[in-house]
Design a protein around this ligand. Structure first.
Ligand SMILES: [Zn+2]
Length: 195
């Protein structure tokens, strides 16, 4: 079993945005089948995507769902104080893959990953106001604070016992978002909140 080169983030970005060649798709499938590290990551992400999809109106064929998953590089966690989260799922980009191009929704779902922590964001825009809600998904997690700020406003919210949060309504605009926890701060430097 050769695990010397795990599937790269760029490769999975190509997969999720439907740019990957069939050869790349085959290579990804082959690797995940024989690499336990990537396989475990895949299972975790699959559960997350399924959870997100359970809120959506339409069913997605399972094959397409699987190909819409982007893995992040597996490996041992490193103690970092500040981690910039990587976008791994965007419902706006995924919709055409699911054949739902005609569906118009003001609700957007984003899934970010930052090493051992995942961040599920749900953005609802109504009357030029945005409501950002979501959930921090992390094993053994014990609480924290979500902060959002930008030229047009700022807000914060604590995580509840399920690590969920809902930020107060904000004007549309460009923001950055941070999740502060006891040992780490996860940052999304650019979060565009608009229709
Ligand atoms: Zn691997």
């Amino acid at each position: 079993m050769n695990t010397s080169s795990h599937i790269s983030l760029g490769t999975f970005a190509d997969v999720i945005e439907n740019r990957a060649t069939s050869a790349t798709l085959q290579a990804v499938r082959t690797h995940v089948a024989t690499c336990s590290a990537c396989g475990e990551t895949l299972q975790r992400l699959e559960r997350l995507i399924m959870m997100m999809r359970s809120d959506a109106a339409a069913d997605a064929p399972r094959d397409l769902l699987m190909s819409a998953i982007k893995l992040f590089p597996p490996g041992a966690p490193r103690p970092l104080r500040r981690i910039v989260a990587t976008l791994i799922f965007d419902s706006r980009k995924a919709m055409p893959v699911f054949g739902m191009r005609s569906v118009r929704s003001s609700s957007r779902q984003l899934l970010y990953s930052a090493q051992q922590t995942d961040l599920d964001l749900r953005i609802t825009i109504q009357n030029d106001e945005c409501i950002v809600a979501g959930q921090v998904i992390r094993e053994g997690y014990v609480g924290g604070l979500v902060e959002i700020s930008g030229p047009t406003g700022s807000a914060e919210a604590s995580l509840n016992e399920l690590c969920e949060f809902t930020l107060p309504a904000l004007p549309t605009g460009n923001y950055s978002l941070k999740v502060r926890m006891s040992d780490v701060e996860i940052e999304i430097p650019e979060l565009e909140l608009k229709d």
